[in-house]
Every structure is written in C-alpha cells, then in structure tokens.
Design a protein around this ligand. Structure first.
Ligand code: MSP
Length: 484
C-alpha cells in the first residue's frame, strides 16, 4: 500500500510575451527547493510550472515579429524550458494554457461548474482595463490617469460581460483566511488581503467580447465571449492534474501555491471563490515570496535595470546562481540585487567559504586516507549533532525560511573552518599519524554532511562532493575565483 504523503507545489504560470527574467527564475527556484526537499523526506511530490498564454500581449508580441501566436509561443516557451534546465529545475509538468488536450477540457468544466452553481450572470460593464495587469482598475488606483505599474493609460471599456458572484463568497473566504483554514504566509500578506476583503468585494467580470480578446478560450455556449484570462489561468493548477479529463492526478489536490505579491488577490480571493463555487477543496497554503529589485527600483525594460538570469548562470554557474538567490534574496521582503553584491557574496561564501573548505578537506583526505578508512568511519556524537542540524534545516524549510536554512548550513561550514585552524590536522598527521587521521576523518565526515544539507538547494554541488568522497579525490574547483 502506498501511504506516502503527497505534496503538490505550483509556481505562477508566466506570461510568455517577453524573455524570462530573474523574478521568474526566483519563484520557480523556490518551488524547486520545496519539491526536492519533500522528495528527500520521502513524500510523493509533484511540481507544476508553465506559461499563461492567452494574453493580448502575446498577440502583440507575435505581430511585432511577424509571426502567428503559435509560432511565437513555441520559441519563447522553449526559452523558459531552457532556463529551467540551466537552473536545474526539477518540475514534473510544464503546462501551457493554449494546450487543447491538457488544459482546455478542465477550463470548460470549471466554467460549467460556476454556471451550475448559479454564480455567473451577464451584465453590461463600464470600466478601465489595464492590459499590463490583465485586470480592471479603479480610478483610485491610477496616477495621473495612468496605471502606476505599467505607465500606460488603461483602455476605457463599455461592454457586455459575464460576471462572477465574487461578493457571495467574500465573507466565507475572509473567515477561512482569518482562522487559518486557508493559510497565507507571511502574516503581513494575510493582513493585507484581509483588509482588502474587508474594504468590500464586488462581483468581477469573467469574460470579454471576442473582438476585444481575440486569443483565448471561448465561453461555453456563448462563442461571442472569451473567458477572462485569470479564470483560464488559475484553473491550470487543477487542469494539469487531469481535472475535466479523467482526473488521474487529482489526488495531489489540494496543493500549495508559491506566488509574488503582485498576484495575491487572484490567488487568495478569486481562486478560492472559484473553488468554493465549483465544490472543490481550497489550496493547502499560499506562500508569498519577496521581490527582487535592482538599484533600488523594480526591474523594468525602460529603466534598463533588468538582471538576466542567463548572465548570472554564465558568470557564476548553476548552483552558485541558485545559492545566491536562495540565500541572499529575502524570502518575504524586497531585496536589492546588484552585480557588485552578487560578486561579493559569491567570493566570500562560495569561493572562500564552501569551495575552499571542501577542497582543503578532500586534499587532506586524498593525501592521507584510504577509501576503506572513510567507509568504516563512525562517530556517534558527530552523527547526533548532524541529525539535530538536519532537523533544524527541515523545520526552517517547512516554514519557507530559505535564507535561515542556508544560514544554518553556512554556520556549520564556518565551524569547520575554525576547527581546521584550531586542530591543524595537516601538522598533526606528521607528528601523530593516528590522531591526525582521526581528525581528518572528522572533517571528511563534516564535508559529507554538508553535501546532504545542501542537496535541495545545490543538487549538483551536493553530487560532486559525494562523488569526491566516494572516490577519495579532491573535486574539481567548485567555485573558481571570479578574476581568473
Ligand atoms: N501570468 C500571471 C500569473 C498567473 S498564475 C495563475 C503572471 N505572470 S508573470 O509573468 O507576470 O509572473 C508573475 C510572477 O513572477 C510573480 O508573481 C512573481 O512570482 C514572479 N516575479 C516577477 N517579477 C519578480 C521580481 N522582480 N522578483 C521576484 N519575483 C517576481 O503574473
């Protein structure tokens, strides 16, 4: 019998109207660490990511390149997948909302369930639509008539739409969020959304006329209307599991969502309301991560301060990039990332930190020990110590405290460095070979534990250290100096 716990984690599905940037890489990386962690503790984990394709921005981007949306998408989706491969992202499924086989049946099923519940009605609408947000905005939210995030005037819209009775679910959702039935982490985001709900929730437009939204899923039984992109997009979290087409993976639902603060409302109000209306379980949890800013500003093409994830990988390598983002981007606050800081962190913590420690230890081991001595080594005190440390790291990860978990590991490395200075095993081995060997074995043991601790964060480095240990051979230079 299979009694493993299931763990389902999702990243947002990204708009593929431009190249993937560091923010996309970051979100997906957090999901990857969680998925790897849960696999390592024996859970049956499933990690979903993908692209949110039915945006007018895709139509425009394709047109600008003289391509059909389908052709344009093939290329850009390949870029996303390539980035994930370069970052060692272990996703189980990459969903595309334009996929007629995987996504469409469930999106239609969701719509029909909302109809059955009596939660959709047709009404005319006057509003301001921001294509950047793919959402209607209020006058209050504009600055000098422009959307403050996108610097564009929203489109004035007068049209007939399908509306969803979001207001019907507001008090229920408020209660579920307040009492922790739907946990939102961190607390500050929970407060933010509660105050949003308490300020009054209105019904929302869930479709747009086909001539305005040319690229999207037609509303069942009303082909003149296209489903609003967020209805289509949010449903990906279950269509990927087979909702509406056989449900083969639905045992993974409910899962947890990892998102940025910009899409909080959609995930903690719209989506739970849709699930309640469709008679489906609420998400297990929503984790809202921090945002990467660059030189004090939000990254944007116009400001020219976008940090390209490929450049990071090229300069530092895959695992170093993972490390830099996971340890130094605050998991729930804004973090300013600049090349100067990245260089500093890389050198201090990887070249001079982890890399140097492993290389010193494995050199001593290679010169003085044989493989059997390593294999037969046991030290129960050290082992108990490592167990405690591992438990602490797991606990921090379960609380999404990625930075703190890595701090713990780096403390363990720092202690190792201090002990080398203090015990000087490289001298001791000459004066007292037996004692010297014992000390070196302790350090080798420490290196091996580090390989275990870093596995969900830096899987390839973990593998390399383990291999070095098994062959008793100093590994290749793990984190070469930047100036060489
Ligand atoms: N397509 C919607 C999401 C639909 S989910 C059903 C969308 N896509 S997006 O391409 O704009 O990506 C938004 C997500 O990317 C954010 O929620 C966040 O997770 C991530 N990031 C985008 N910029 C970011 C930073 N500068 N820093 C960290 N993450 C950020 O919204």
């Amino acid at each position: 019998m299979n009694n493993r716990q299931t763990f389902f984690v999702t990243s947002p599905i990204f708009y593929p109207n431009a190249q993937p940037h560091l923010g996309h890489a970051y979100t997906t990386l957090l999901c990857d660490v969680l998925a790897r962690h849960h696999r390592l503790v024996g859970d049956e984990a499933y990690f979903l990511t993908g692209t949110d394709e039915h945006t007018e921005k895709v139509v425009q981007a394709a047109k600008a390149q003289g391509q059909k949306p389908e052709e344009y998408l093939e290329e850009i989706v390949a870029r996303f997948k390539n980035l994930y491969q370069k970052l060692d992202i272990s996703y189980d499924q990459f969903i595309r909302t334009s996929d007629q086989k995987i996504h469409l049946p469930g999106a239609i099923e969701m719509w029909n369930r909302l109809v059955t519940a009596g939660d959709l009605y047709k009404s005319s609408y006057i509003g301001l639509y921001c294509v950047g947000h793919e959402a209607f905005m209020t006058e209050k939210e504009l600055v000098d008539g422009l959307c403050p995030d996108h610097g564009m005037a929203p489109e004035k819209v007068t049209e007939v739409n399908w509306f969803f009775r979001l207001s019907k679910y507001a008090s229920q959702i408020e209660k579920f969020i307040a009492d922790g039935t739907l946990p939102i982490i961190p607390e500050s985001r929970k407060k933010e959304i509660l105050s949003f709900i308490r300020s009054g929730v209105q019904d929302v437009s869930f479709s747009r006329p086909k001539e305005k939204m040319t690229w999207g899923i037609p509303v069942p039984n009303d082909p003149g209307q296209t489903m609003y992109i967020w209805v289509d997009a949010l449903t990906n979290y279950i269509t990927a599991l087979g909702f509406g087409r056989g449900e083969e993976l639905m045992r993974f639902w409910p899962g947890m969502h990892v998102i940025g603060k910009d899409i909080l409302r959609f995930h903690t109000v719209f989506w739970p309301a849709m699930l309640l209306s469709a008679n489906l379980p609420l998400p297990k949890m929503v984790f809202v991560h921090g945002t990467i800013i660059s030189n004090g500003k939000k990254m944007s093409k116009t400001l020219g301060n976008i940090i390209n994830p490929y450049e990071l990988i090229k300069k530092y390598g895959t695992d170093a990039t993972r490390y830099l983002l996971l340890r130094h981007v605050h998991s729930t606050e804004d973090t300013d990332v600049t090349w100067e800081k990245l260089d500093e962190w890389y050198t201090a913590n990887l070249t001079n930190g982890l890399g140097n420690f492993i290389s010193r230890v494995m050199k001593m081991s290679e010169d003085n020990l044989d493989i059997r001595e390593i294999q037969n080594f046991r030290n129960d005190t050290l082992e108990a110590d490592a167990k405690d440390k591992q438990a602490k790291i797991h606990e921090l990860l379960e609380q999404f405290r990625f930075n703190d978990a890595l701090d713990e590991i780096w403390k363990f490395i720092a202690i190792g460095d201090e002990l080398i200075q203090k015990k000087k095993p490289f001298q001791l081995i000459k004066e007292n070979p037996e004692k010297g060997k014992e000390e070196i074995l302790n350090f080798v043991w420490r290196a091996f534990r580090i390989a275990n601790f870093i596995e969900p964060f830096m899987p390839d480095t973990s593998r390399k250290i383990r291999a070095a240990f098994q062959e008793n051979k100093k590994p290749e230079n793990l984190f070469p100096r930047l100036d060489t």
